[in-house]
Design a protein around this ligand. Structure first.
Ligand SMILES: Nc1nc2c(c(=O)[nH]1)N[C@H]1C(S)=C(S)[C@@H](COP(=O)(O)OP(=O)(O)OC[C@H]3O[C@@H](n4cnc5c(=O)[nH]c(N)nc54)[C@H](O)[C@@H]3O)O[C@H]1N2
Ligand SMILES: Nc1nc2c(c(=O)[nH]1)N[C@H]1C(S)=C(S)[C@@H](COP(=O)(O)OP(=O)(O)OC[C@H]3O[C@@H](n4cnc5c(=O)[nH]c(N)nc54)[C@H](O)[C@@H]3O)O[C@H]1N2
Ligand SMILES: [Mo]
Length: 799
């Protein structure tokens, strides 16, 4: 998220697309409410369902699941055609003027560079690159050159006129026009548009391109880096931000550094040479990586041994995401599995096949609060425990209130939480379990084993003398970073060095444990409500990574000469001799050695400091696997043909083998309805916790499917009837919820019904019910491999 929740009160217009904060992020509604009360802010909600959030909207735009790219391009095209984009911002702060290779082309839904190797399609990105004059990029500040990004984008977006968009999305034209008018009103210097998204945008076979479309729109309207603006992803579980920061995914390292790769990086030198750009803040990558290795391997890590680079496992470039793991498990290639705070038996795509795959394991360890569906898979309905050889260990763990530590929220705020109560019975904190496990493994390796060095030598010193529980502040200090010589905690990542004199587990967190000199507590434990700017910045409440900055890219909030576009929303400002700041500047504003202010021209050329070209990318020459621009494709399962091009689906969508390959053909009469999945305020995720909570199960006791009154009438279904929902992968039984919150949409002239399923149920807990994920397909986005949970085909009948 570029901005923060407390900043939402500064927004003039909200575009909430593919998120339902009233149920899933209720605190967000409080700040949206402030903006409405204090500044008359307007709210647009784009969702297939008339949600609780939509009930508070000024404009509700229904949309067919999976058509957000067309929807967003429709607004982009409206802004470009009617000159409603923020010209000075676009020219100065984006790559609009950059010239792209003359070899770039786009034909009938496919970008230049699509190649096939061994039956697998991928893009060669050579033709997407900038034209160069030596080291400098060729540009046309008049934005007229046909090869400049602005013209390429304009041509691409022109195909998304209102009529075409509404044929694809099913949104009524008059409603869509109102959305365009209202949202494009934020393309002015003194207006802020806030784009909020979540899983309705990401869970698609082109989810990353959906997100790119939101970024392009926000760049065109000058809405990034300003108070009240931003591209704001409402994150998931309370610490999902923290888990991505710390690289819980397989393909990168803490602080968003790329993973070491076996082929590309045989040595640390190769990694540093290949992965360190000459420009952008990433030019400091060697400092981040070497300090991380120092944190991991301590005094064993020396310059001579590449700071133990050889001790870290290397990535092979293969897909090891959730779906790939379950494919490998189904093929018998995985022997053991830790389900540590996850419940894939309910939450994974095509969950019935994931449960079956568990049968191939020799052992499974579940670290959880409850005996989840995953832990109990061997006695699930329909299975014969005697036939299942997997040995399951269930380690009871403490809940968040029963242990100490930090969580990082969507605002990137790292907040310390203290233990409120003791965990029940034999439950132990996750840290206790990890600590004992590591010590036990180390003991095994002491007796010998393959490649014991990393296990034996890794820094692991979190004991508290006299206590059973490891000291979590020791872990936190290692993540925060310290001077190797004397252990002094770092106050900022600006102090990091690439010579082994600093250690830091995760560079973006540097400073969060540093003790605030006035408040005398670590930054993440601060709780001061001071807000001098009145903009909801709260600089002394917790710690926002990076560098306690609340709004990233904030150089873009003022013009190239440093004057705020909107003086009432001032984040940083150049007064002719110095920078006045309400937020921590996201640019080099002071000389690190002399402390002298650096005049605005310097940072104006580099206002998107994390990009090598220093500017916002309307067109992305690198970074995306499926095109430099978003393009509308149909979901892998769709009732209609793509009317924009011959290319029905994302040509490089992630697909899987065997049982996970099952998908319905487009337009099949067998599965005429579009299904989508969503959450409920009363339940959380796979329901492992909430379905064990008597009050919540009383409020929301049963699995159901929501269908329109029209569809119910056609199929002879009464509210409360038991129905069967079928997809190409299976069928489930649940209750029918007949409600006009979902209505058929006119897609390319024909009425299309949408069927909505919550996904919180399974066979365990106080209130068991059918699992929506028994129906969902195992296909996904090629960049993130997120499954397409939000758009697939189904049929429905009375049971
Ligand atoms: N009470 C509660 N709160 C939660 C959670 C929970 O389970 N329960 N889960 C947490 C987690 S981990 C997450 S990731 C977040 C998720 O938060 P959200 O993303 O808000 O959750 P969802 O309800 O899955 O999806 C949001 C909306 O997307 C709509 N939608 C479906 N398909 C499409 C589409 O193609 N386009 C558009 N524009 N909209 C679409 C759905 O109808 C739904 O209203 O919530 C977090 N908060
Ligand atoms: N159809 C469909 N499927 C979806 C989605 C969707 O929108 N539609 N959303 C997806 C999303 S966004 C997500 S995030 C995933 C979530 O998928 P999972 O992460 O598999 O589901 P959760 O229910 O959140 O699982 C968390 C588990 O951790 C346990 N737990 C809670 N606190 C602790 C703790 O402190 N320590 C430990 N060790 N365990 C704890 C809970 O009891 C629970 O069993 O599901 C995905 N699945
Ligand atoms: Mo999530």
């Amino acid at each position: 998220m570029t901005n923060s929740f407390t900043d939402y009160k500064n927004s003039d217009v909200f575009l909430i697309i593919g998120a339902n904060p009233a149920e899933n992020h209720p605190q967000v509604m409080r700040f949206i409410g402030m903006a409405r009360e204090k500044r008359g802010a307007k709210v647009i909600v784009v969702d297939p369902r008339f949600t609780k959030t939509a009930s508070k909207a000024d404009i509700y735009a229904p949309i067919r699941p999976g058509t957000d790219i067309a929807f967003l391009y429709g607004i982009i095209n409206y802004a470009l055609e009617n000159n409603l984009y923020f010209h000075d911002y676009v020219v100065n702060y984006t790559n609009a003027s950059y010239l792209i290779s003359p070899d770039y082309s786009f034909n009938d839904g496919v970008f230049s560079g699509l190649v096939e190797k061994d039956g697998v399609l991928s893009y060669d990105t050579k033709s997407w690159q900038y034209q160069m004059d030596g080291d400098s990029i060729r540009k046309d500040p008049t934005l007229q050159n046909p090869n400049c990004v602005f013209q390429i984008l304009k041509r691409h977006a022109a195909r998304y006129d209102i009529k075409t968009v509404c044929k694809i999305t099913g949104t009524p034209e008059d409603v869509f026009r109102k959305v365009c008018e209202l949202y494009c009103s934020t393309g002015k210097p003194d207006k802020a548009g806030n784009l909020i998204y979540a899983m309705g945008i990401t869970q698609h076979s082109y989810g990353s391109q959906n997100v790119r479309a939101t970024a392009i729109l926000q760049l065109l309207l000058g809405n990034i880096g300003i108070a009240g603006g931003g591209v704001n992803a409402q994150r998931g579980e309370s610490n999902v931000q923290g888990s991505t920061d710390q690289a819980m995914l397989y393909h990168y390292l803490p602080g968003y550094n790329p993973m070491f790769n076996a082929a590309a990086h045989p040595t640390l030198k190769d990694y540093i040479e290949k992965e360190t750009p000459k420009t952008s803040y990433w030019s400091n990558r060697p400092k981040f990586i070497i300090s991380m290795l120092k944190a991991w391997f301590g005094e064993k890590a020396t310059k001579e041994n590449d700071f133990c680079f050889d001790w870290v496992p290397k990535h092979t470039g293969k897909d090891h995401s959730h779906m790939a793991i379950f494919q490998a498990m189904a093929e018998g290639k995985i022997k053991g599995f830790f389900a540590w705070g996850q419940n894939p038996a309910v939450g994974g795509p095509l969950a019935s096949a994931e449960r079956k795959a568990f049968e191939n394991l020799d052992w499974m360890v579940v670290v959880d609060l409850f005996e989840t569906e995953t832990a109990a898979f061997w006695k699930r309905p329909g299975a014969n425990p005697a036939d299942i050889k997997t040995e399951v260990f269930l380690l009871p763990t403490a809940f968040s209130y029963e242990k100490e530590g930090t969580v990082a929220n969507s605002s990137r705020w790292i907040q310390w939480r203290w233990k409120a109560v003791e965990p029940p019975g034999q439950a132990k904190s996750d840290l206790w379990i990890a600590d004992r496990l590591m010590k036990a493994i180390r003991k095994e390796y002491q007796a010998g084993g393959k490649f014991p060095e990393p296990i034996l030598n890794m820094v692991w010193n979190y004991d508290t003398p006299g206590h059973d529980e490891p000291d979590i502040t020791k872990v936190a200090r290692e993540m925060n970073g310290y001077m190797v010589a004397d252990g002094t905690l770092l106050d900022s990542f600006a102090k990091l060095k690439d010579d082994g004199s600093t250690a830091c587990g995760i560079w973006i967190y540097a400073g969060y444990m540093y003790v605030d000199p006035q408040l005398k507590v670590p930054a993440s434990q601060r709780r001061s409500r001071e807000d001098k700017s009145g903009l909801g910045i709260f600089p002394k409440w917790a710690f926002a990574w990076p560098a306690n900055r609340r709004i990233v890219y904030n150089r873009n909030s003022c013009d190239p000469s440093g004057r705020p576009w909107d003086p009432n929303r001032m984040l940083v400002s150049w007064d002719g001799t110095q920078w006045i700041t309400n937020d921590v500047p996201d640019f080099t504003f002071k000389d690190a050695n002399t402390g002298a202010f650096i005049p605005p021209e310097v940072s104006a050329a580099n206002s998107f400091i994390m990009n090598v070209e220093g500017q916002g990318r309307l067109f992305a020459p690198t970074g995306m696997k499926d095109g430099p621009l978003p393009e509308h494709y149909e979901p892998v399962e769709s009732p209609v043909k793509n009317i924009l091009s011959k290319q029905q689906n994302n040509p490089v969508a992630a697909r899987y083998r065997g049982v996970f390959a099952k998908v319905a053909q487009p337009g099949t009469a067998e599965f005429p309805y579009i299904a989508t999945t969503h959450r409920l305020v009363e339940h959380y995720q796979s329901g492992a916790v909430t379905r064990c909570c008597p009050t919540l199960t009383e409020l929301m006791p049963e699995m159901f499917v929501t269908i329109s009154p029209g569809l119910a009438a056609k199929l002879g279904i009464q509210p409360g009837d038991t129905v069967v929902v079928v997809s190409a992968r299976g069928e489930i039984k649940c209750k029918a919820n007949v409600m006009p919150i979902v209505k058929p949409l006119k897609v390319n002239g024909s009425e299309t019904e949408i069927v909505c399923l919550p996904w919180h149920w399974g066979y365990q807990g106080l209130a068991p019910g059918s699992t929506a994920n028994d129906l969902t397909p195992a296909v996904g986005d090629p960049n993130t491999m997120i499954p397409e949970y939000k758009a697939f085909l189904c049929n429905i009948r009375k049971a």
